[in-house]
Design a binder for this molecule. Structure first.
Ligand SMILES: [Fe+2]
Length: 387
């Protein structure tokens, strides 16, 4: 038996935000805590969304205690605010960080601390048993796809490690994919988050398990990102392309229910140790992860993996006969055209940092579904290439 999970209800299109209030009121909710980050309060977007959603029967308050790489304290503070007010639901507004904090507040509002006991890698999901308040997700970036995901990632105080929490109940009830909310995204964040979505599609597709439904979403997601990401970089106000990116991000995240791979394992320590944006970390590593994966597929040889890499190569070069050996280079050109220079040393990483980074990547759970085993030495070698 294989279990396939498909997303939450999606409201898609310009001004689809307006449809959320009636949907919330339909189930009788009266007070919602809107979880967001200080950046969105500063730009005025949090207030604008709050005003759009608020009605005479629906009160919404803003909680903006979310760090870019969220920490346990964000959750503890959020739970305290949620429990001290008259709230019967949660809205997540922002990128992956706001989504992750909102999801974690959602289950910690009805479960006992400490948060560490719910760590998914320690079987903590089995302890998430109580009914949770409704959650509505409004992404303002097109990247993590966390709005359709069943997990959250929070750095625990005790270990300092990014820790995954997972439960089907963490999936938002409704996700609003309104491209008007992503037009203000700065170019660097647009590029980085877009590359996160692209990496999700690539890594999910490469996972060696039988899931043709997720594979289809991953392949289509790649095509949409390759088409639309350069457009939104050139025309930030293009709602059509912004919408395509939002959908592709949700598709990538739906596809990665198959799992991810070594690129995400290597990206996580770059964020945790050097505060590098998660999407940027993927963008800096994907060329080298693919180069290594291709070399392995050719050496074995692994025909199934090779065919998948050929397909990705053809999608990137918009060809049907591209030489697969050009995959890393073509990928690198795409990334450079987004204004990202793919060298770790330009982001503060020195050769002396590599042993620790490699160890952390090796301990990260994402590479468990890489299409072949990746060793500590492999991580060391790929980080070194990426310098
Ligand atoms: Fe990611």
């Amino acid at each position: 038996m294989i279990q396939y999970n498909f997303p939450t209800v999606l409201f898609y299109g310009a001004d689809s935000l307006i449809a959320l209030t009636p949907a919330i009121q339909k189930i009788g909710l009266e007070g919602l805590l809107l979880v967001t980050d200080p950046g969105l309060v500063k730009t005025g977007l949090a207030d604008s969304v709050r005003n759009t959603l608020t009605s005479s029967d629906l009160n919404i308050d803003v909680f903006d205690g979310v760090h870019p790489n969220p920490i346990e304290k964000d959750v503890t503070n959020g739970v305290e605010v949620y429990l001290s007010g008259k709230y019967d639901g949660i809205i997540a507004l922002g990128g992956g960080s706001a989504m992750d904090v909102a999801k974690t507040i959602r289950f910690m509002a009805v479960h006992d601390p400490p948060l560490a006991q719910y760590d998914d890698t320690m079987g903590g999901d089995a302890k998430i048993i109580n009914p949770m308040p409704p959650l509505y997700a409004i992404p303002t970036t097109a990247g993590t796809g966390s709005e359709v995901g069943r997990s959250s990632v929070i750095t625990l105080k005790e270990t300092g490690r990014k820790t995954i929490f997972f439960h089907p109940g963490l999936m938002p009830d409704i996700a609003v994919l309104d491209p008007k909310l992503t037009v203000g995204l700065p170019p660097k964040i647009t590029a980085a988050t877009g590359m996160d979505a692209f990496t999700h599609c690539v890594e999910a597709y490469l996972v060696d398990s039988f899931h043709p439904m997720a594979d289809s979403l991953a392949v289509e997601g790649m095509k949409m990102i390759l088409e639309s990401l350069p457009v939104v970089m050139d025309e930030p106000g293009n709602l059509e392309a912004r919408g395509q990116m939002l959908l592709a991000a949700a598709m990538g995240a739906t596809a990665f229910q198959k799992g991810l791979g070594m690129i995400h394992s290597m990206a996580h320590p770059l964020s945790a140790e050097f505060n590098i944006h998660h999407g940027l970390a993927n963008a800096l590593l994907i060329k080298f992860g693919m180069e290594f994966t291709l070399a392995n597929a050719l050496e074995k040889p692994n025909q199934v993996l090779l065919e998948k890499l050929k397909l990705i190569c053809n999608i990137i070069s918009k060809s049907t006969t591209e030489d697969v050996s050009l995959l890393p280079e073509n990928l690198s050109n795409f990334i450079k055209n987004l204004g990202i220079s793919p060298e770790l040393k330009q982001h503060g990483i020195l050769p002396s940092h590599i042993p620790d980074l490699a160890q952390l990547a090796f301990e990260d759970s994402c590479h468990a579904t890489h299409p072949f085993p990746v060793t500590l030495e492999d991580f060391h070698a790929v980080y070194t290439r990426a310098l």
